[in-house]
Design a protein around this ligand. Structure first.
Ligand SMILES: Nc1ncnc2c1ncn2[C@@H]1O[C@H](COP(=O)(O)OP(=O)(O)OP(=O)(O)O)[C@@H](O)[C@H]1O
Ligand SMILES: [Mg+2]
Length: 210
């Protein structure tokens, strides 16, 4: 796939509903260790609603699809992650407005805007043990590989970087979110949001690699 089409974006969001349903207990168990045991439930509920809302939007531009996903996440997910992922898609929507397909470069700009939105909203930096620890290296890896012109190759690098970033959260002490209340006791566990971000990039790569 050379361009990310609107129907591929819908397929990605539908795939996420399935992935987060399958990983619901796993993500919730991660959040049980350093949070309040609701991350899997939040993600599964949020993306099930997103999949339902975006499924009929096959003739819409990607901006409209992302905006629908954003609004749905913000309104259906109570926890911190709903507004944060909602912001990701809302900021991503701006660069995708009016476009039914995104080039490799445009996809990079959209991912970058999404990342910036999450940072602006959550004020987390790399190393704070949040989803930013997966999102930041994923976007950087994508951008570094995008010049070669292959969407799936750049997304493959992105998903690998997100996975490595999520794994690297294990020894960290949380500085943001609920896990930060635990202080030093948050070390020794992966961050649930970094893990859900790794799954998000995995699913995007799979859709693009088809
Ligand atoms: N300020 C932040 N910036 C970026 N990510 C954050 C921030 N705060 C929390 N997170 C991410 O959100 C994840 C937790 O999401 P979850 O769905 O469990 O919401 P929650 O923290 O339980 O929300 P609440 O405390 O409002 O109930 C964390 O693992 C972390 O990755
Ligand atoms: Mg939680």
């Amino acid at each position: 796939m050379r361009e990310l089409t609107n129907t591929a974006v819908i397929d990605w969001l539908k795939a996420l509903a399935q992935v987060y349903t399958e990983k619901k207990d796993y993500l919730t168990d991660l959040d049980r260790a350093i949070g309040d045991a609701d991350h899997g439930v939040n993600m599964a509920r949020g993306f099930a609603a997103v999949a339902e809302k975006v499924a009929p939007l096959t003739d819409q531009d990607i901006g409209a699809i992302f905006k629908t996903a954003a609004m749905t996440l913000i309104s259906t997910v109570g926890g911190a992650s709903g507004p944060l992922y909602g912001t990701f898609f809302l900021q991503a929507a701006a660069g995708a407005s009016g476009k039914t397909a995104l080039t490799v470069t445009e996809t990079g700009a959209v991912l970058e805007a999404g990342l910036k939105g999450v940072v602006a909203r959550g004020k987390a930096a790399v190393g704070d043990k949040t989803m930013i620890d997966a999102l930041t290296p994923a976007v950087s890896a994508y951008q570094a590989a995008a010049g070669d012109g292959s969407l799936s190759a750049a997304l493959d690098k992105a998903r690998q970087a997100a996975r490595a970033g999520a794994e690297a959260t294990v020894p960290l002490v949380a500085k943001k979110g609920r896990a930060s209340y635990l202080g030093e006791r948050s070390a020794g566990h992966p961050d649930p949001g970094a893990e859900s971000t790794a799954l998000l990039f995995d699913a995007l790569w799979r859709v693009a690699a088809k």
